[in-house]
Design a protein around this ligand. Structure first.
Ligand SMILES: [Zn+2]
Length: 323
């Protein structure tokens, strides 16, 4: 984990599953706004950021102009050495404080926010971004810290630190998908006494919905879906996950992916859009670090990007038949 750290005085509070809460996350954010100039400046800039909404075939999608996200949007899914990793404890800024959650994660304020309250839940050790075996942690966090919305980006699906396992969390209700799933067309794929897995159609991108009031049943259906999704040998299935605990149940949205970035990302000139879809974009908010992309993004381009990076309806039908 590197040599002696100049940041050994960094403040970390210890906590357990039972004592983490939305209030503690909010308190952490307040402390960082008072004591970390970079974070305060970036959250203030976000509050002034240009935002607009476009309707894509009856589905509302938000667009956010956010120059602070340029580094994240441009990140490469390459091997990051821990001595260059911004999520490793010894490399974090001294002003960044955190809450240790069990002995596996540290909850941090994300200093380059998309949400009015934005957190990164980083693994304690430098270990690759993999959800296998960790869905239970995502569900625990979502329940303990309700109503905050938690999400996961696969290593090649928008994660800005693909070699350091992390979840993120933001204030609830910002992603349109958190409302849209309720009225969308749903077909049941599998069910257990306390959980149901559904396919959602009509939202322009492939979405699975898992609703459960039992963590055990949620994990059983999750495992069935996880193992039915296509994957390159040695890698996990490409996906984004958004999870929230509300009204006594988990609502988990899974976006199966087939492509990391759309072709327009690497195009040149007028046809280029610096858009790198992760859970936030799949959830319905497109982050554009460049003003020109913010201004020129159209309904047609949104539909095109969703179709390009999502599994196709035919692939979803095949997966459903295998669950
Ligand atoms: Zn790391």
């Amino acid at each position: 984990m590197g040599s002696a750290s100049p940041h050994s005085t960094q403040q970390i509070e210890m906590t357990s599953t039972s004592s983490i809460s939305a209030e503690r996350l909010t308190e952490l954010w307040q402390k960082q706004m008072a004591g970390w100039e970079l974070a305060r400046h970036n959250f203030e800039a976000l509050s002034e950021a240009r935002k607009r909404s476009i309707d894509a075939c009856g589905v509302s999608v938000g667009v956010q102009y956010n120059p602070g996200r340029l580094a994240s949007v441009s990140s490469k899914p390459q091997i990051q050495q821990s001595n260059h990793c911004f999520l490793c404890r010894e490399n974090r800024p001294q002003e960044q404080i955190g809450i240790d959650y069990t002995d596996e994660y540290t909850i941090l304020v994300n200093p380059y926010p998309i949400f009015d309250r934005h957190f990164t839940i980083a693994a304690t050790t430098h270990t690759p971004q993999l959800l296998d075996g960790r869905m239970t942690h995502l569900l625990d966090l979502a329940r303990c810290c309700a109503p905050y919305t938690f999400f996961y980006n696969g290593a090649r699906c928008g994660a800005s630190a693909p070699m350091h396992m992390h979840f993120q969390a933001g204030n609830p209700g910002y992603l349109p998908i958190e409302r849209q799933w309720r009225n969308a067309a749903k077909s049941e794929i599998a069910s257990l006494p306390h959980a149901g897995l559904y396919r959602i159609d009509g939202l322009l991108r492939a979405v699975f919905l898992l609703v459960a009031d039992s963590q055990t049943d949620a994990l059983l259906l999750w495992e069935r879906l996880y193992h039915a999704l296509p994957a390159i040998p040695g890698e996990e299935p490409m996906m984004n996950v958004v999870a929230r605990y509300e009204e006594g149940q988990w609502v988990i949205l899974i976006f199966p992916r087939r492509k990391h970035r759309p072709d327009c990302y690497s195009a040149t000139g007028e046809t280029q859009y610096l858009i790198s879809p992760g859970a936030v974009e799949m959830g319905g908010v497109f982050i554009t670090p460049r003003c020109e992309d913010y201004e020129k993004l159209t309904i047609e381009k949104v539909c095109e990007i969703y179709a390009e990076v999502s599994l196709s309806p035919e692939e979803i039908t095949l997966i459903c038949s295998q669950i």
